[in-house]
Design a protein around this ligand. Structure first.
Ligand code: CMC
Length: 447
């Protein structure tokens, strides 16, 4: 191939290659290669033909944290980080938040198009009627310590669900795939609410099929002795919007985890447990919890300058700011910000001291060259924690609140991965930097 491509060189050594290609000269061998460009990318495997000897492995690309490597083709979510644009299946996030319900967006992500009314009715019915979990799942959750982090409870319980649905292993069977999708979207709020009640030492509340997806979740969180819980429609809607905002975000850490683990052809419950584990980390879904802790630590508006100085001195990190993809205001943060006041009003917490600190912190950071030079703007998590706190949701539950809607995104991405002809087991390469061929020393002769 190198020879064929070398033939495309003009006599003076100037490449006459087509525009959709990249001409690369390997200065070690002097050989020139023309690599095809597709969708603005070059295939990493095309570098492997560049060798200095017959037994050379060939060139690899090095990209820790995958900052410049596309790992799949996807038609689920589009992000333009520079312009602050987010679209699902082509629909702008702003329109979806304004006009759709979370379950409709979940349908859009999973099935690829907006549902017609009868399709939406069927989808809602199926999800509403799979919200119960096996009693043994409830018992296993009861076995956790009273202070277990609810995210660890969710993580292990979703993994445990795999043992309740062994048929989900048949990932090549469309009926099984569909069942797993419905079950996971239906049961995630139930498991999340059970984890919440566990922390409080309160009895678990079973799902109420008369309520909406968000309304039922509020009921499972807050219902006490009343015969029927009636959710405040303002809170129901705010939660629904928050969930739309968190439903998918292309190849983030947890989605990449779901795809990588799922590429081994394990069942979707196990693949999603990997996603939950990734989401738990403070640099990902754990950031909203970290934001609240940060606001608590700052304490008062007067302490903001000192805190920001600490960030600039690299002693602190401004949690809820910055994003790998957005180098502009995260569009999700703009939408959430609008809902904060609405929720505070509905919960009667209008004078929220942390909101005052957050607003002032944002204002000062956006006025400061340190942050603007690095294109650090508020991300989705800067304000979501405040809404959760106003809803009386304890801080450790915040990441669980993120996992509920992201389930739809993980499943859409998992389905796409399973159906993709290019999918092979995810298996990155490494640059080995350790010792070689050491002589083994028996333990009594060491040291
Ligand atoms: N506070 C202070 N400095 C920051 C921050 C921050 N939050 N984020 C980035 N920087 C600085 C960083 O120190 C670096 O500066 P320099 O070039 O002088 O060394 C520069 O900005 C580039 O940062 P980076 O670490 O290379 O950026 P990244 O793309 O690797 O990290 C991030 C992205 C989201 C992990 C990071 O911005 C961060 O840690 N933010 C705080 C945690 C957070 O809010 N995470 C939620 C992300 S949105 C929800 C989700 O997807 O889960």
């Amino acid at each position: 191939m190198a020879d064929d491509q070398a033939q495309q060189q003009g006599g003076d050594g100037v490449a006459t290659a087509g525009r959709d290609s990249l001409t690369v000269t390997d200065n070690r061998s002097g050989e020139t290669f023309e690599l095809e460009l597709t969708d603005g990318t070059v295939k990493a495997m095309d570098f492997r033909q560049m060798k200095v000897s017959e037994d050379d492995f060939g060139l690899m690309t090095y990209d820790p944290a995958f900052t410049n490597t596309a790992s799949c083709r996807s038609d689920i979510t589009y992000i333009d980080g520079a312009a602050g644009v987010l679209e699902h299946r082509g629909y702008p996030i702003e329109a979806l938040c304004e006009k759709s319900s979370f379950l409709e967006v979940a349908y859009l992500l999973v099935h690829g198009s907006l549902p017609e009314q009868d399709e939406l009715d069927c989808w809602q019915y199926a999800i509403t009627h799979h919200t119960y979990v096996h009693e043994n799942i409830k018992k296993s959750m009861e076995g956790f310590r009273y202070d277990a982090h609810p995210m660890t409870m969710l993580l292990s319980t979703v993994g445990a669900l795999s043992s309740f649905y062994p048929e989900a292993k048949q990932i090549e069977d469309q009926t099984e795939r569909n069942m797993a999708v419905v079950r996971l979207i239906a049961k995630m709020p139930t498991l999340a609410a059970f984890a919440y009640r566990h922390q409080l030492g309160q009895p678990y509340v079973y799902p109420d099929n008369d309520l909406s997806y968000a309304g039922n979740f509020l009921s499972m969180l807050y219902k006490m002795t009343e015969a029927k819980y009636e959710p405040d429609p303002r809170l129901e809607r705010a939660l629904d919007v928050l969930w739309i905002l968190h439903a998918d975000h292309e190849q983030n850490c947890s989605t990449a985890a779901v795809r990588a683990v799922g590429s081994s052809q394990v069942d979707p419950y196990s693949a999603l447990a990997a996603g939950i584990a990734a989401l738990y980390g403070p640099l990902h879904g754990g950031a909203n919890e970290a934001v609240l802790k940060m606001l608590e630590r700052i304490g008062t508006v007067e302490n903001i300058p000192e805190f920001l100085q600490g960030v600039k001195d690299r002693e602190e990190r401004l949690m809820g700011f910055g994003h790998r993809v957005y180098k502009n205001y995260d569009p999700r943060a703009q939408i959430i910000k609008k809902h904060v006041d609405e929720v505070l009003e509905a919960t009667g917490a209008t004078q929220h001291p942390k909101l005052e600190i957050a607003s002032e912190l944002e204002k000062r950071a956006l006025d400061d060259d340190y942050f603007t030079d690095r294109k650090l703007y508020p991300n989705v998590d800067f304000y979501s924690g405040l809404i959760y706190e106003a809803l009386n949701i304890p801080t450790p539950m915040f990441t669980v609140m993120f996992a509920i809607p992201r389930t739809a995104g993980w499943l859409a991405q998992w389905l796409e991965m399973v159906g993709d002809q290019e999918t092979r087991i995810a298996r990155p390469r490494q640059i080995y930097t350790g010792n070689r061929e050491l002589e083994y020393t028996p333990i009594d002769q060491r040291g």
